[in-house]
Ligand binder design. Structure first.
Ligand SMILES: C[S@@+](CC[C@H](N)C(=O)[O-])C[C@H]1O[C@@H](n2cnc3c(N)ncnc32)[C@H](O)[C@@H]1O
Length: 318
């Protein structure tokens, strides 16, 4: 598999998408359901650039957060992006494999992950590792979009005056997407378990009191309740992340068979036109581009080995 941060979801893509997946108004609900309190040691597995870690930290105080990811570029970005974002908490970010974590048994009170179980082929092994590094009675939590194919995502119904760039953009976008599917297929990255099965996975791995909570909102550029500053940042991040990803993929030799250099340059120019058009119409609230959906927060508690043993006996004699 080619590097995650370079070919699939770069730093700016993670920031852009977390603007709508991680709703600020539901932050208190999420941290309460996970049960975060002062003094805890919390591990975020597959933390990427730390967007979810900082989301939780904006709600908490006095928590020591550790983030783990196997992509060293994401870990470097997580460290940089977390400077000054402590809010009374502390952060440490570590490069490592979720299937063989560099931590001692039982050293965390809570182990969380965000959009991780969908992306990791060894998801069962990762959950077993999460259990190993969590203390007895501690909480393991996963938050993930309800199902990748069910995320409502629209490139928008654009007004007629956008036609001077939108038609050409759509033609080239289809070619770009087809090229990505050949050079860096999405299925290489999304090899985990669908969200709907994560509660079953938690039960199979003998977590107690497994619970699921829906968390979510739509995000739309046509929503007048979204502040202009947030929309502006979203539009700029979309431009940077789309362009960066295309640059990285087109450096691969196989990519040259799918699009010419002229087409790539034309697409960069259209990405700029799209960005400038959206920025010009920021306050209109009539550009119907919407994304996001519902996430499922799933929590379970780690029982001690003795409790697991007793519960197995009780099940046998039932
Ligand atoms: C969809 S991203 C989520 C990033 C972050 N949790 C967020 O929501 O912004 C999935 C992350 O899992 C990481 N990952 C995939 N396999 C991994 C493994 N075996 N060990 C550690 N991290 C892994 C990827 O590098 C990527 O950062």
């Amino acid at each position: 598999m080619k590097k995650w941060s370079r070919f699939f979801q770069n730093e700016e893509y993670l920031e852009k998408t977390r603007m709508y997946i991680l709703n600020e108004d539901m932050r208190g609900y999420v941290t309460e359901k996970i049960g975060l309190t002062v003094g805890m040691k919390v591990l975020d597995v597959g933390c990427g650039t730390g967007e979810f870690t900082r989301y939780l930290a904006r709600q908490t105080n006095g928590i020591s957060y550790t983030g783990l990811d196997n992509d060293p570029d994401f870990i470097a970005a997580a460290k940089k992006r977390s400077q000054g974002a402590e809010n009374g908490n502390s952060f440490e970010f570590v490069t490592g494999d979720a299937a063989a974590m560099p931590f001692e048994d039982g050293c965390f009170d809570v182990v969380v992950s965000h959009t991780f179980f969908n992306s990791m082929p060894l998801y069962r092994k990762a959950l077993q590792e999460m259990k190993r590094v969590c203390r007895d009675g501690g909480i393991i939590a996963s938050m993930t979009a309800t199902d990748i194919e069910h995320i409502p995502l629209s490139h928008g119904i654009y007004p007629r005056d956008s036609e001077y760039w939108k038609k050409d953009y759509d033609v080239l976008l289809n070619k770009v997407v087809a090229m990505y599917e050949k050079v860096v297929p999405m299925n290489d990255y999304l090899q985990g378990i669908p969200t709907a099965y994560i509660p079953n996975l938690f039960e199979e791995e003998k977590l107690r009191s497994v619970s699921a909570y829906p968390v979510g909102r739509f995000f739309s550029l046509s929503n007048s309740a979204v502040p202009a500053e947030k929309k502006r940042r979203f539009i700029e991040l979309e431009y940077i992340s789309d362009r960066k990803r295309l640059e990285c993929v087109y450096e691969e030799d196989e990519a040259k068979a799918f699009m010419t250099e002229e087409e790539i340059q034309a697409f960069y120019a259209l990405l700029e036109k799209k960005r400038d058009y959206l920025l010009r119409h920021l306050e209109d609230n009539r550009i119907w581009q919407w994304e996001g959906g519902t996430s499922l927060l799933i929590t379970g508690q780690k029982a001690s080995a003795d409790e697991e043993f007793m519960s197995a006996i009780m099940n046998m004699i039932k």
